[in-house]
Design a protein around this ligand. Structure first.
Ligand SMILES: *Cc1c(COP(=O)(O)O)cnc(C)c1O
Length: 469
C-alpha cells in the first residue's frame, strides 16, 4: 500500500515511513492511495471473531512489507491484552436498535488507547528493524498525553517528553501522566496555558537542526496509523450488530475528526454504513459546517467535555480531499485560505455529497449534564460528558430507526468525575487497578513558558541518558 498527501506535493511513502513521518512534508496528511475493499462475504466471516482477529483482518491490507502477518497479529494481541474487558470494546444494548460501543477499557480510560496502544508497539517494531531511536514530543490538555505515555513507556527505542499547562489539567489527568516513572518518560509542567505548550511544540518542530538531531516525532491524531487502528472497531461493532446483513449507523463525539473519519474510511472499504453522526459541544465548528457548508473559526471556550474543545478539526482535511475529488492543489489552496482568513466554503454539490453520510448536532454544558442525568434514569448507565454527546446527537438527527445505531463511548465516567457528579450526584469510581492513583508518587519537572528552557531540558535529559547529542 502506498500513501499520498492530501496536498499532493509530498513524496509518496510506504506504511513505515508514513508511521514515522506523521505530517507530510507539504503540510498535508497522508492517506492510502486507494481503499482496500471488503466484500459482504469477507465481512460476514468476521462475525463471532474476537476483537483482535477482526483488527488483524482490517489492518493487514494497509501495512505493506514492514511487518509480517504473524508479527502484526502479535503486536495487536499485545496492544489489547492490557484492557480491562475481555471483549476489548464491549457493546451494550441501550434501547430499541440502539447500542453503546465502549472504547474506554484501556490503560488511561479513554478511546485514545485503542489507537495508541497499537501505535507505540508499531513504532517500536519499525525502529528496532531499522536500528533507530526517536524522541516523541507532545503537548496535552489532558487525554492524549497520558495515552501516549502509556503507549511508549519502557520502550528502548523511544524517549517521550510531554508538556502540559501547570495547574490546568485535572488531578486524575495529571497523575495518569506523572505517576508513570519509566526511564524513558519525561513530564514537563509548563507555567503557562495549553496554547503556550502547543506553540512551543510547533517551535521545536520548526527548528530543523534540533528536530533532526534528536529525531523528533509526534503521535498526534493526524498520524495515519492512529486512524487505521480505529477503523477496526467500526468493523467489529458493525458485525456485532448484524452487518453485512443489515446496514448500520454510528454516532461519534467529535473533536479533531479523527475518530469519525475512521468510520468514513470503514464505509469506503465496503462496510454498509448508512449514517455517521457528529456530536459537538459548544465548540461546534463541525456542526456549523455540516449544516451550512461554511467552515469558520470563532474561538474556543472551555466546556465540561474538554477533549472536544477544539478550534479546528485537523483531520477534516482528509474528508475535504475526497470532496475535492482528490485534487491536492485544491486542498492546499483551501487550507492556505483557511489559515489566513479563518474561513472557507465548499460548494453546494460538495456539501450535498458530505451530507449523504454525515449529520451533526451540538449541545452546551447544561444540555450535556441534563443528558447524563436522563440517560442514567432511562438505562442505569453512567456516561461521561463526551460520550453522552454522541447519544444526544443521534437522538436528534437519526434518519432511520430500523437500522442499528451504535454510539461510541469515548471515555470512562470516572475520568471526568466532577461533571458526572454534578449531573447525577453519584461519584463514579475508578477501576481497581487505578484505585490508588491519588496516593502514588509523582515525577515531573516544572519549567517556565520559555522555549530555551524546554530545549535545554530535553538536551540535558537525553545527554545524561547517553543518547545522541
Ligand atoms: C480525543 C477525544 C474525543 C475527540 O476525538 P477526535 O478523534 O479528536 O474527534 C472525544 N472524546 C474523548 C473522551 C476524547 O479523549
Amino acid at each position: 500500500m502506498r500513501y499520498i498527501s492530501t496536498r499532493g506535493e509530498a513524496p509518496i511513502l510506504e506504511f513505515d515511513d508514513v508511521l514515522l513521518a506523521g505530517l507530510a512534508r507539504d503540510g498535508g496528511l497522508y492517506l492510502p492511495e486507494s481503499w482496500p475493499q471488503f466484500s459482504p462475504e469477507q465481512i460476514r466471516s468476521m462475525q463471532g471473531l474476537p476483537y483482535t482477529d477482526v483488527a488483524l483482518q482490517v489492518m493487514l491490507p494497509f501495512v505493506g512489507e514492514c511487518v509480517t502477518k504473524s508479527q502484526l497479529s502479535d503486536i495487536i494481541k499485545e496492544a489489547y491484552s492490557g484492557f480491562d474487558h475481555g471483549d476489548v470494546a464491549p457493546m451494550k444494548k441501550v434501547g430499541e436498535n440502539e447500542w453503546l460501543l465502549e472504547l474506554f477499557h484501556g490503560p488511561t480510560l479513554a478511546f485514545k488507547d485503542m489507537a495508541l496502544q497499537f501505535l507505540g508497539r508499531m513504532f517500536d517494531h519499525v525502529l528496532k528493524q531499522r536500528g533507530e531511536r526517536i524522541t516523541i514530543v507532545g503537548a496535552t490538555s489532558g487525554d492524549t498525553g497520558s495515552a501516549a505515555i502509556e503507549a511508549c513507556r519502557d520502550r528502548d527505542t523511544i524517549d517521550i517528553f510531554i508538556t502540559f499547562p501547570d495547574g490546568r489539567v485535572s488531578e486524575v489527568q495529571r497523575r495518569q501522566m506523572t505517576t508513570v516513572t519509566s526511564h524513558n518518560v519525561h513530564n514537563i509542567a509548563v507555567r503557562g496555558t495549553f496554547d503556550d505548550c502547543q506553540d512551543m511544540l510547533k517551535a521545536l518542530f520548526n527548528d530543523t537542526a534540533f528536530r533532526g538531531q534528536y529525531k523528533l516525532s509526534a503521535v498526534n491524531s493526524i498520524n495515519w496509523a492512529r486512524i487505521m487502528a480505529q477503523i477496526a472497531y467500526y468493523f467489529w461493532a458493525a458485525v456485532n450488530a448484524g452487518a453485512p446483513d443489515t446496514r448500520v449507523a454510528f454516532s461519534v463525539p467529535t473533536g479533531n475528526f479523527g475518530n469519525v473519519f475512521a468510520g468514513y474510511a470503514a464505509q469506503q472499504m465496503g462496510l454498509p454504513i448508512e449514517q455517521l453522526v457528529v456530536g459537538s459541544n459548544s465548540n461546534d465548528i463541525l456542526t456549523r459546517f455540516f449544516n451550512s457548508g461554511t467552515m469558520e473559526m470563532n474561538g474556543v471556550g472551555p466546556t465540561i467535555s474538554p477533549s472536544m474543545d477544539i478550534q479546528i478539526s485537523s483531520n477534516f482535511e482528509r474528508l475535504l480531499f475526497d470532496l475535492c475529488d482528490r485534487d491536492g492543489k485544491q486542498v492546499a489552496k483551501t487550507m492556505e485560505g483557511f489559515r489566513k482568513s479563518g474561513k472557507f466554503d465548499v460548494s453546494a454539490d460538495q456539501l450535498a455529497r458530505a451530507r449523504v453520510l454525515f449529520d451533526a448536532a451540538r449541545f452546551d454544558d447544561d444540555q450535556t449534564r441534563e443528558g447524563i442525568q436522563a440517560f442514567h434514569k432511562e438505562t442505569g448507565e453512567l456516561l461521561d460528558p463526551h460520550s453522552i454527546l454522541g447519544i444526544l446527537a443521534q437522538r436528534e438527527v437519526r434518519k432511520n430507526p430500523s437500522i442499528p445505531m451504535i454510539s461510541l463511548a469515548t471515555a470512562h465516567p470516572a475520568k471526568f468525575p466532577d461533571a458526572v457528579e454534578q449531573a447525577v450526584s453519584i461519584r463514579p469510581q475508578l477501576p481497581n487497578r487505578l484505585a490508588d492513583l491519588l496516593e502514588r508518587d509523582e515525577e515531573y519537572t516544572v519549567l517556565d513558558n520559555d522555549l530555551a528552557q524546554v530545549k535545554s531540558y530535553i538536551e540535558d535529559t537525553l545527554r545524561v541518558k547517553g543518547n545522541p547529542s
